[in-house]
Design a protein around this ligand. Sequence first.
Ligand SMILES: Nc1ncnc2c1ncn2[C@@H]1O[C@H](COP(=O)(O)OP(=O)(O)OP(=O)(O)O)[C@@H](O)[C@H]1O
Length: 868
Amino acid sequence: MAQTNLTPMMEQYHEIKKQYPDAFLFYRVGDFYELFEDDAVKGAQILELTLTHRSNKAENPVPMAGVPHVAVQSYVDTLVEKGYKVALCEQLEDPKKAKGMVKRGIIQLVTPGTLMNDKPSEAKESNYLTSVVTTKSCFGLAYSDLSTGEIYATHLKSFAAVSNELLSLRTREVVFNGHLSDKDSDFLHKANITVSEPVELTGKHAEISFAEQNLTNSAEKAAVKQLVGYLLQTQRRSLAHLQVAKSYEVNQYLQMSHTVRDNLELTASAKTGKKMGSLFWVLDKTHTAMGGRLLKQWLARPLLSVEQLNKRQEMVQALIDEYFTRENINDALKGVYDLERLTGRIAFGNVNARELLQLAHSLNAVPTILTAIQKADNKNLQNFARQIDPLKGIAKLITDTIVDQPPVLTTEGGLIKDGIDSQLDRYRDAMNNGKKWLTEMEQDERAKTGIENLKVGYNKVFGYYIQVTNSNKGKVPSDRYTRKQTLTNAERYITPELKEHENLILEAQTKSTDLEYDLFVKLREEVKKYIPALQKLAGQVAELDVFCSFAQVAEDNNYCRPQFHTDNQDVKVIMGRHPVVEQVMKAGSFIPNDVKLTENTDIFLITGPNMSGKSTYMRQMALIAVMAQIGSFVPADSADLPIFDQIFTRIGAADDLISGQSTFMVEMTEANDALQHATKRSLVLFDEIGRGTATYDGMALAGAIVQYLHDEVGAKVLFATHFHELTAMEQTLSHLKNIHVGATEENGKLIFLHKILPGPADQSYGIHVAQLAGLPRKVLRKATKLLNRLEAQGSNLGPASTQLDLFSSASETEEAVPVETPSDSKDELTDKEKDILDEISNLYLADQTPLQVMQLVENWQEDLKDEN
Ligand SMILES: Nc1ncnc2c1ncn2[C@@H]1O[C@H](COP(=O)(O)OP(=O)(O)OP(=O)(O)O)[C@@H](O)[C@H]1O
């Protein structure tokens, strides 16, 4: 906005705003932060503020909107959560002392990736800022959670791998040094990831050399440099808690794409996006926020090393065996605050006395934990405990210095205990003596003047005064008292003696408050020296918390300790259960099932009615694999498992909203991902592949995919299908076995057994399920009639029989010969009827609302009417 004749303040505003064009500039004026011009217009709308104008009478009044400084955090959070950036511009000198324009400057730039939300509901969430650099040969990627200071770095071959990492980390902001194609930029926008420009750094920065010290890969180094540089530039405060970056490679862990993680509902339910209903919900019995965050990190990166997994398992086993130790540890953990984030706040220098006490109380819990472990006399626990330094000295220093219930503010005194500093004690004595003198003086004056209700009081404007009610005004010794203030029913006076003591008291008070603040800062700086030790301790406590949680969950739900083998890929899970589904069902009502992919069986082709439990069975296998590879015990009687390198899924019907692909396209993309990247060591779950297109297309694709997985990939595959024709493949594919989920019919009613049985399903029961869903009788009757006719015709239906032959043993050598259609043309189905039947058997009831089903049925009725 071109402006002429700007006031000095607006000139200053523009000067600062120019440097932060893409951020909302919160400009401090007195007790308010003001937004001006376009920021004001947009901000007022988003934050529901009143839009006013500055220089209302001028030709071009400046739009303006303000928020009180005490409430600024929630406004900043709202904007940043929506993906905007906020630049906080403070008054850098006391306005009273300033000559001319008050100096102002940006003290912090809050961005989506650097937002530190203190909401308790988000304590178990990490908020990552990610930095990506393009180099000639690859992409370097580094990310950090600013609240804890941890940094990780890796390098990746393709932008697709980068995108997958960004989505898996749920990063909100990426600092990117390259040029984004329209497609990639669109993708990031839809994924709600803010893209920020890297900042230009001059000179050397200790934080950068510290963070990158262990890295060898140059792309990773560059990514960390860019990350820390951005943090330094936006935070403009001490980042002493930033840790040494840890290098990782995605293939050091069990790999899953972000869609696989979402499909398996590892940390959030697919339906609600909430924790409830996810694997994390079942496994998380942690008592600390750090434990919760660590468990989430483990879920994001399951391990491949049997050695490391055994170590975790041994800790879990020890804590199951030592019940009382676990209970004692749990009790102690309940008193531990978020050490990681407290440490972050210590680095930033915005920790208050209460938080320092929280730190001390947390540290005091550690010896209790160690004592509990010592009593248990368990080798694994002992070894773990031996590595822990409880940092007793820090805890003592804090509790010795800070009073038991300090105020939130650190600038108004009342923080430091007596006996810590002799000067402070002297000031306090002076204050106390002064106050004692005031009480004595009040008594004295009452006696001298005879005014019984004479009072000594204090207010900010006049300081100490003597108050006399109007009725006693006459008794006031006018030679000694000077009138200062008249109230409706009293007068206030001062005396020279009173003022003299007032000076002494107030001076002692100001000095002691200042000194207390200094002592507090000194303490804070002392604690700051222990940041790395505190971070190490926090990590150990978090691990112990997760182990206790695993032990608790294993014991509560009767899990077993999985065994791993590396010489083959056989899977042998006996009486396995779905960890989440069994939680939401009545105790004992979940039917356990085995998964035995052994002796050259790689593929289970699973058939069975809708709703019988095919998906549950497949997911339960994947969840057991993930649980095992994070070190948790698993819901089964026994589990003998290989180490899986990757998990692929094609489950559910969700459109990929981010990439804007159709359901079928997503289905094929996910299938392709598995076909291209799965190895013999992978686990593949395919649920009804091919149902997103016309029946015969779908069946053909599904058959070809199964064959490819069998011949070319050799992964362990669970493949559920409604195409019964595929079951014929067992005759030709030696590593494929048919299994089905049992169901029976009793008095015309369908009973689900939820039991996995050998061989293919004999019926699909689609119409029974439709009946369960309450479809009108007329439709069900008609569907049954159509089905009977189809069955009577058997394989005579031209195209289906061609498909069937394709997958049967004869197909390799013989041409399929279409059998002639029956001569009774009345019995032949019309195309329309076939379509309707197809639609009914393919209808996914779980995806429909009753109203949608009614609508569909009504359409069918209309169509059938038209036919007849
Ligand atoms: N083993 C089991 N024991 C008890 N109940 C089960 C079991 N497996 C599944 N169920 C119940 O059956 C419901 C349907 O299961 P699931 O979604 O796995 O069926 P499906 O065969 O995949 O169905 P569709 O083919 O329609 O997708 C589950 O929500 C659960 O309530």
